[in-house]
Design a protein. Structure first.
Length: 265
């Protein structure tokens, strides 16, 4: 039995000119394989079946389907700051798929990490289908990233209905700035999501849950941080599925990311 599942499209990434497989499904699996006893199902798609190879090699059950398009990005880092360019927008995940082959692939997983790359990936109707008898953990990229080619743009024009189906929302700093007036508890709780994780790269995170907020520190690691947020949310999901409280889960997730970056895996 899989304790958690991860769903999201694979991507073609060019990081500082180096071509790589990308996407939250891949990077989440990278992190999970470093957790002893981690059990997960990866549900993903792309227009190029060869992109699935590196995901399968990580050792988790993978359900792959061919898509009409593959999200394609170029990335440049300057410390914790990242510049991105969108070359191709991926195919959305439909509600019919979510209630059909995707539901079958998810099986009895009750905690599901949803890993959008752009706002068009997972409409509210799709999340509603995915959320039936499940708890969804959503990456904030799916709220703020505008689905268009060119330099990546963020804005706050998301459908509020999306958040009705979400148990945990992770927002990187730039994503939080796009949709929140400030990082105070009142502003975060106004989103209506039971658990919100604000992540600040090497400066740690803040966990908002159960009417409280608590900062979780991180230790800077001088390494390529691509996929760190996906791995963080995957480790958080695994810990929560195992019965750990939100702050304890965030601490475990921070430790996992530090290990992953230090090992370069």
């Amino acid at each position: 039995m899989s304790q958690i599942a991860v769903i999201g499209s694979l991507a073609r990434d060019s990081v500082e000119g180096e071509r790589r497989v990308g996407g939250g499904a891949f990077h989440a699996a990278r992190g999970l394989r470093l957790l002893p006893g981690a059990r997960a199902t990866i549900v993903t798609k792309a227009s190029d079946p060869e992109l699935a190879g590196p995901v399968v090699a990580l050792g988790f059950p993978v359900e792959f389907r061919e898509a009409s398009a593959t999200p394609t990005f170029s990335l440049h880092y300057d410390g914790d700051d990242r510049e991105m360019h969108v070359s191709e927008v991926g195919e959305p995940w439909g509600a019919d798929d979510a209630a059909g082959w995707v539901a079958e692939a998810l099986g009895d997983a009750r905690w599901v990490q949803v890993a959008p790359l752009l706002r068009s990936d997972f409409p509210a109707t799709t999340l509603a289908a995915l959320a039936r008898d499940r708890r969804l953990l959503l990456d904030g990229q799916g709220l703020v990233r505008v689905p268009e080619t060119g330099p990546l743009r963020l804005d706050d024009a998301y459908d509020p209905e999306v958040l009705r189906h979400v148990t945990v929302l992770k927002l990187a700093e730039e994503e939080a700035r796009a949709i929140l007036p400030d990082f105070g508890r009142e502003a975060v709780e106004a989103l209506g999501v039971p658990e919100v994780l604000l992540t600040f790269g090497s400066r740690g995170s803040i966990v908002f849950a159960d009417g409280t907020s608590e900062r979780v520190p991180a230790h800077p690691v001088d390494a390529d941080a691509t996929g760190a947020g996906d791995a963080f949310l995957a480790a958080y999901a695994f810990a929560r599925a195992g019965g750990h409280a939100p702050v304890a889960s965030a601490r475990r997730a921070a430790s996992l990311v530090e290990t992953m970056l230090a090992q370069g895996t």
